[in-house]
Design a protein around this ligand. Structure first.
Ligand SMILES: *Cc1c(COP(=O)(O)O)cnc(C)c1O
Length: 338
């Protein structure tokens, strides 16, 4: 099967498996795992932050970032499309006692002006204290839209004016840096905390990173323990992360190229895409999402029904040019049949 449901389906490459097999490990709950420490230092440096922490998942990294920077009864402002609001099982409400104030935008991205409009009445005692803003780069439900460094700087200026912390759910921040053609540090510079996933386009079997100040990461270590995310000889996973940052990061641009080729080829056949797709995530309008997914499965292609009339397709390192050709002919075939 050619699996286009998500970039989470990527399997560890041969080189990555070798790095994992040879990993030097220790007990990371004691802070003794050299591979984890190396990955955390490497990630902090890449993002230009004081410190970083490895977590089992992006969901846990986001939750820890929220819990570390907001208190029970506080409000976090985020897009209505944001992953923590849509896809994290209400964890910050359930475990953090946090309320969401959502901004209704189409691509999962809001502007500094939209943020300001949510904040004008902040001192009124009727309202919950707003203490945190969370942006997503790239946006998952927004078709992989990106925030540029300038857009983030403008949001950070508003956040600072109201003494709010700014978190970036950068699950795919390296994809964002590819599209923005900038150093990833330019995208993290204005955020207090940033997380990214090793387990998506970077191709690791598991793991995410949360980065921020020494003080925030110190709190984050305890929160990770509380949530059951303190792991022991986890250097086998950290070694995969180091390998991915050194060897797989540069391949993300090829995923974007294939996504663009896929779109151009299908648009010329009359397919309709519902959102712009500047990175590796695409949404297509179809008559019946489940029927389309079923027909494609008969051609050996897996896609994700996203709404009754919409499917999602994600390009990643396990889809090469030959697979892209196969995907294109399958889409064109089912079009002819149906
Ligand atoms: C995948 C994803 C997450 C969560 O990561 P998991 O490792 O699957 O828990 C968070 N935010 C965004 C934008 C994502 O795409």
């Amino acid at each position: 099967m050619i699996d286009l449901r998500s970039d989470t389906v990527t399997k560890p490459s041969a080189g990555m498996r070798e790095a994992m097999a040879n990993a030097v490990v220790g007990d990371d709950v004691f802070g003794d795992d050299p591979s984890v420490n190396q990955l955390q230092n490497m990630a902090a440096k890449l993002l230009g932050k004081e410190a970083a922490l490895m977590t089992p998942s992006g969901t846990m990294a986001n939750l820890i970032a929220f819990l570390a920077q907001a208190r029970h009864g506080d409000t976090v402002v985020l897009s209505k499309q944001a992953h923590p609001f849509q896809y994290e099982a209400a964890n910050f409400a359930a475990f953090g006692g946090l309320m969401a104030r959502t901004i209704d935008d189409r691509c999962g991205k809001f502007t500094a002006t939209q943020l300001r409009q949510e904040l004008v009445l902040i001192d009124d005692p009727h309202f919950s204290r707003t203490t945190l803003v969370s942006i997503e780069n790239t946006t998952n439900r927004g078709g992989g839209a990106i925030y540029t460094a300038e857009e983030i700087a403008a949001i950070a200026t508003v956040a600072q004016e109201f003494s709010l912390r700014l978190h970036c759910d950068g699950a795919r921040i390296f994809n964002a840096a590819v599209t923005a053609q900038c150093d990833v540090r330019d995208l993290s510079a204005h955020c207090d905390t940033v997380c990214f996933c090793l387990s998506k386009g970077l191709g690791c079997p598991a793991g995410s990173i949360l980065a921020g100040t020494h003080e925030t990461i110190h709190r984050a270590i305890r929160l990770r323990k509380m949530l059951g995310g303190g792991m022991r000889q986890v250097g086998v996973l950290a070694a995969a992360g180091i390998y991915a940052l050194e060897n797989h990061r540069s391949d993300l641009a090829a995923d974007h190229r294939r996504a663009a080729e896929f779109r151009t080829a299908l648009e010329s056949q009359g397919f309709e895409f519902t959102l712009p797709s500047p990175s590796n995530i695409l949404y297509l309008r179809v008559a019946d999402a489940f029927a389309t997914a079923g027909s494609l499965a008969e051609h050996g292609i897996q896609v994700l029904p996203h709404a009754l009339d919409e499917i999602r397709v994600v390009f990643h390192r396990d889809i090469d040019d030959a697979a892209l050709e196969q995907v294109l002919s399958a889409f064109i075939n089912i079009r002819k049949a149906g």
